[in-house]
Design a protein around this ligand. Structure first.
Ligand code: HEC
Length: 203
C-alpha cells in the first residue's frame, strides 16, 4: 500500500518534469510554417530539375482563366481551362504582405473543355486534366532571370488526358515564358488581374 502510494508520487513528479521538458522543447523549436520563413514547397534534384509537385489540388486555389481554342483561331497556346494554385506558406505570406516570398511556387493545371452545354445553359464545363505548368521565384537559383522567376512544364505536347506528365523538368529559357509575364502580369510576374482569390487576400 505504502509502496504503491510512493510509486504514485513519483509518477506525478515524472509527469510534471515531462510536461516541463515538452514545454521547453516547444519554446525552443522554431515555428515550422510562420509566414515568410517556412521552407519552399518547390523541390529540386541535384541537377536543378523541378520535381513535379504533388498534392497541389489541396494548396490554395487562386483562379481559373479559360482560353478556348475556338476564341483563339483554333489553337490557344494553353488550351482551355487553367486552374491556378499557390503553395499554402506563400499564400500566408502574401496575405500578410501583399508580396510573393522567395521560394513561392504557383502551379497551373490545364483542364480540357468537357462539354459546352449543361442543364444550366450553354457554356464551358471542365473535362479532363491534360497538363501541368509551374513557376518558382528563387532569388539565388534564378538570380539572373527577370524578377527571379523561372517557368516549367510537365505536359506532353500537345497536352493530353492520356499522356503521362514528366516527373521532373528544367526551366524554360527566359524568352519562352518569362518575358511575356514580365510585360503583362499585374504584380511581380504573376497574372493577379485574373486571380480573384489573390486580389481579395491582398492586405
Ligand atoms: C503570351 C504570353 C505568355 C507566355 C509566352 C507565357 N505565359 Fe504563362 N501566363 C500568361 C497569362 C496571360 C497567364 C494568366 C492567364 C491564363 O492562364 O491564361 C499565365 C499564367 C501562367 C501561370 C500561372 C501563374 C502566373 O504566373 O500567373 C503559369 C505557371 C504559367 N503561366 C506558366 C508559363 C510557362 C511554363 C510558359 C512558357 C512555356 C508561359 N507561361 C508562357 C501568359 C503567358
Amino acid at each position: 500500500m505504502k509502496l504503491s502510494r510512493q510509486t504514485g508520487g513519483w509518477g506525478v513528479v515524472s509527469l510534471v518534469v515531462g510536461a516541463l521538458v515538452v514545454g521547453m522543447v516547444l519554446l525552443l523549436s522554431p515555428p515550422s510554417s510562420v509566414a515568410g520563413s517556412g521552407e519552399s514547397w518547390a523541390k529540386f534534384d541535384a541537377d536543378g530539375n523541378l520535381i513535379r509537385p504533388e498534392g497541389y489540388r489541396e494548396w490554395v486555389y487562386v483562379g481559373t482563366p479559360v482560353t478556348p481554342n475556338e476564341l483563339n483561331d483554333g489553337k490557344a497556346p494553353f488550351p482551355e481551362f487553367h486552374s491556378v494554385y499557390i503553395d499554402p506558406d506563400s499564400f500566408a505570406h502574401f496575405k500578410k504582405t501583399g508580396e510573393f516570398r522567395d521560394g513561392t511556387i504557383l502551379v497551373k493545371e490545364l483542364i480540357s473543355i468537357g462539354s459546352k452545354e449543361a442543364s444550366s445553359g450553354k457554356g464551358y464545363f471542365m473535362g479532363d486534366y491534360i497538363g501541368l505548368e509551374a513557376t518558382v521565384k528563387d532569388t539565388k537559383r534564378y538570380a539572373k532571370e527577370p524578377g527571379h522567376w523561372a517557368y516549367f512544364s510537365y505536359s506532353a505536347a500537345p497536352p493530353s488526358a492520356t499522356a503521362t506528365l514528366k516527373s521532373k523538368v528544367q526551366p524554360f529559357k527566359t524568352e519562352s515564358c518569362n518575358l511575356c509575364h514580365q510585360g503583362f502580369a499585374e504584380h511581380d510576374w504573376v497574372f493577379m488581374q485574373y486571380y480573384p482569390v489573390l486580389r481579395a487576400a491582398k492586405p
